[in-house]
Design a protein around this ligand. Structure first.
Ligand code: G
Ligand code: G
Ligand code: MN
Ligand code: NA
Length: 254
């Protein structure tokens, strides 16, 4: 309850911040995107993890204004990096269930893109399998509306939900994000390597890109590169970074 109460004023008090985790191409070894991740620093309670406050914000309906702030801040930052002259990168933003089911998601997103001047092709929205499976036909309509705007769609935490393969074919998505649970024990664990290989093969045969999440070691990276996984994200390359730190990394790369 204390958390819910504090959440009501957190936006107005400027207590939220976004950090950005780089996404690396395994073919070019360059940063091709980033995922925006929300952080909350409460003046008294300190840092509160998103796993704790996002479900509360979701339940209280506060995720709608918070999610809009996240989207606007991330698009603004992406545009800022482009204006600074860095090679254009994708920016990925997580959506919650309530946001995805919000009727004005497309128009709200269109307004933010216009306001920030970000080309929609550089925006990617991350949704989870469970969000899609609640009402598949409606989800497909929503996804198509977003795709028609030129925005990319990714399925987050792929492999942990219950999406059926027959639907996967019908979802207008661009990318699968392999959940880190399958990545943490590769290449030693035979079951996990089998799952990762199957996801990569299936994604590619459906014309989708694949990104591995939670890559923490060199041997995981080498294995994924060898198996033609497209991209990676994880502590091995970089944790989520404050915008200034991310800019330093971009500078180093150029
Ligand atoms: O950033 P990690 O640090 O701890 O994120 C934990 C969880 O919170 C992840 O499942 C992530 O998808 C989710 N998350 C982080 N930022 C956001 C956000 O801006 N919106 C939503 N809906 N979820 C987020
Ligand atoms: O659920 P989602 O994929 O949106 O959340 C990303 C989460 O994964 C964030 O909490 C982020 O801090 C975390 N994360 C990013 N890289 C790594 C990693 O290499 N290892 C682990 N354990 N967590 C990671
Ligand atoms: Mn995510
Ligand atoms: Na994930």
């Amino acid at each position: 309850l204390a958390i819910e109460q504090s959440l009501h004023s957190a936006l107005a008090n400027g207590e939220f911040q976004l950090v950005y985790q780089p996404q690396l191409s395994l073919s070019t070894n360059t940063i091709v995107g980033s995922e925006a991740l929300l952080r909350w620093y409460h003046p008294v309670m300190g840092s509160i993890p998103p796993d704790t406050f996002i479900p509360i914000a979701e339940q209280a309906g506060l995720i709608i204004p918070i999610g809009e702030w996240v989207l606007r801040t991330a698009c603004k930052q992406a545009k800022k990096w482009q204006k600074l002259g860095y090679p254009a990168m994708r920016i990925a933003v997580n959506l919650s269930t309530r946001q995805f089911e919000q009727t004005n998601l497309a128009s709200m997103t269109a307004d933010i893109l216009q306001e920030t001047g970000l080309d929609p092709h550089y925006l990617e929205l991350e949704i989870t399998e469970s969000m899609l499976m609640r009402n598949v036909e409606h989800a497909i309509e929503c996804m198509e509306e977003i795709k028609d705007m030129g925005i990319d769609l990714a399925i987050d935490d792929f492999g942990t939900g219950y999406s059926s393969l027959s639907y996967l074919k019908r979802f207008p998505i661009d990318r699968l994000k392999i959940d880190r649970a399958f990545v943490s024990d590769i290449p030693q664990n035979g079951d996990d390597t089998a799952i990762v290989l199957a996801i990569i093969a299936m994604a590619h045969s459906l014309g989708l890109k694949v990104i591995a999440e939670g890559v923490e070691t060199k041997s995981q990276m080498e294995y994924l590169a060898d198996k033609c996984c497209d991209e990676l994200q994880g502590f091995y390359f970089s944790p989520p970074l404050l915008p200034e730190e991310f800019t330093k990394l971009l500078k180093k790369q150029n």
